[in-house]
Design a protein around this ligand. Structure first.
Ligand code: SF4
Ligand code: SF4
Length: 441
């Protein structure tokens, strides 16, 4: 039952705009929505209509979360950039965590107030928890795409949303609303990214390329060491360890403590350098705050290990820049469950540096409950994966889907699968081995 809208809700804060005493109009006033979002705790907000072309990738997800959804409010909260830039990762993590909680609270409060005004709405939170049981995308909304459409910023070279005033040190949430707004926000006309390249220099894994390429898997293997993938990998290492001594050889004490910290205080990051170093919107810090190259050096020196996947471009990058004792070889922790998921993961796992000089085309044909196939072509250091089987391949891989998943996950060897005819390989095995080296995990 709707509340009686003739009685204004007493505001929690005298500066907060109250819910209007009269029924809301058929077209919501976007300025009122933005003001309400700021009153609920956001630092910036914008309103977008859900049918906008740029949001079509999320349209079905938004409709599923709130049938009849018409508008979406993107909310942004600042992270304390000074805390991010300091020498203590614990301070940086706590600050980021509180900002995330703050923007989530702001979204929930906005949703609550809209419901009190008789609208239906759902708050979509900033980060974890995610639907980890899903294959592929496990988050409900692409917050950065939405925030760009809401005019809150644009994605910079570091792939983070850059707000013109608050820079990269921001977190995002959203609120879905079942009523259209009269006029919505437009994307910014100019990107605030100045192309300074400091994010490239400050990235310890080389995940941010000078050319604009970004390696999600190399970033996540390091930055998410105490989060999703890292936790998976840690549990399996624990299970594989023969005894306490063996475990201690495989896992350093500070890594065990890092996992404990994340479990008890909230999922912590191992890096965030690209967010910390970006100078956009932060003004000129007064001395002695480090900036520019000094800040890059301070961030790279703030200790802790650099986590890289064996055989990855990140390993090559880190070995050229850090003492061996700072480098920790890890697995990505990504766990495949289907052959289709393997094909979808190829572009994410791809390491262009390992593909130099390699020209090879591979057909994958998977049978089983969900038969699927694709053509993967490596040429001039680039990967193209096309659905279906096209052209004449150098190698053909035919396998039962679950068998291939077990092989790709390191749970089964190729030879037994070939001997039991669950896997058939046609073409050059040397070329196939070289191909697979471009996808370490
Ligand atoms: S979080 Fe760290 S590893 Fe990931 S892209 Fe940013 S700087 Fe690189
Ligand atoms: S650090 Fe420089 S290049 Fe990187 S996102 Fe920020 S402004 Fe752009």
């Amino acid at each position: 039952m709707h509340q009686n809208l003739t009685t204004p809700e007493p505001s929690l804060d005298p500066h907060r705009p109250p819910i209007p005493a009269t029924p809301l109009p058929d077209l919501l006033d976007p300025a009122w929505l933005r003001e309400l979002a700021l009153a609920c705790g956001a630092d910036a907000a914008g309103v977008v209509e859900v049918e906008r072309e740029a949001l079509k990738g999320d349209a079905a997800a938004m409709e599923a979360m709130l049938p009849g959804v018409k508008s979406v409010v993107s909310l942004l909260a600042r992270v304390n950039a000074d805390a991010l830039r300091g020498p203590w990762m614990g301070v940086a993590n706590r600050s980021a965590r509180f900002a995330e909680e703050g923007v989530d609270r702001a979204a929930s409060e906005l949703s609550r107030r809209l419901q009190q005004a008789g609208l239906r709405s759902v708050a979509v939170h900033a980060s974890f928890p995610m639907d980890v049981h899903r294959e592929g995308r496990i988050w409900p909304l692409a917050h950065k795409v939405l925030a760009e459409q809401a005019g809150l910023g644009t994605r910079g070279h570091n792939r983070l949303l850059l707000h013109p005033e608050f820079g990269a040190a921001v977190v995002l949430a959203a609120v879905l609303v079942d009523r259209p707004a009269a006029g919505t926000s437009a994307p910014l006309e100019r990107s605030p990214c100045n192309g300074c390249g400091l994010c490239v220099e400050a990235c310890p894994t080389g995940a941010i390329g000078k050319d604009g390429a970004f390696s999600l898997v190399n970033c996540a293997a390091h930055n998410y060491r105490f989060r999703l993938g890292g936790f998976n990998a840690w549990v399996e290492t624990l299970v594989d360890s023969r005894d306490r001594r063996d475990y201690r050889k495989r896992v350093r004490p500070e890594e065990t403590m890092g996992i404990w910290q994340s479990l008890t205080t909230g999922a912590n990051h191992a890096c965030m350098n690209c967010m910390a170093v970006c100078p956009v919107g932060q003004g000129r810090p007064k001395p002695p705050a480090p900036r520019g190259k000094d800040l890059v050096r301070q961030l790279l020196d703030r200790g802790g290990q650099i986590h890289v996947i064996r055989g990855s471009d990140a390993e090559v990058h880190a070995r050229a820049r850090f003492q061996p004792e700072r480098i920790r070889i890890v697995s990505s922790g990504n766990r495949l469950t289907t052959a289709r998921g393997f094909l979808q993961a190829l572009p994410i796992l791809f390491q262009p540096g390992q593909a130099e000089g390699l020209e090879v085309a591979v057909h994958f044909e998977f049978t089983g409950a969900d038969p699927c196939g694709a053509t993967a072509i490596l040429s001039q250091g680039r990967l193209r994966v096309a659905p279906g089987l096209e052209g004449n391949p150098d190698v053909t891989v035919m396998a039962d889907g679950p068998t291939w998943v077990a092989i790709a996950s390191g749970l089964k060897g190729i030879l037994p699968a070939i001997l039991t005819r669950k896997l058939r390989l046609r073409g050059s095995r040397k070329a196939f081995r070289a191909f697979m080296r471009c996808f370490p995990s």
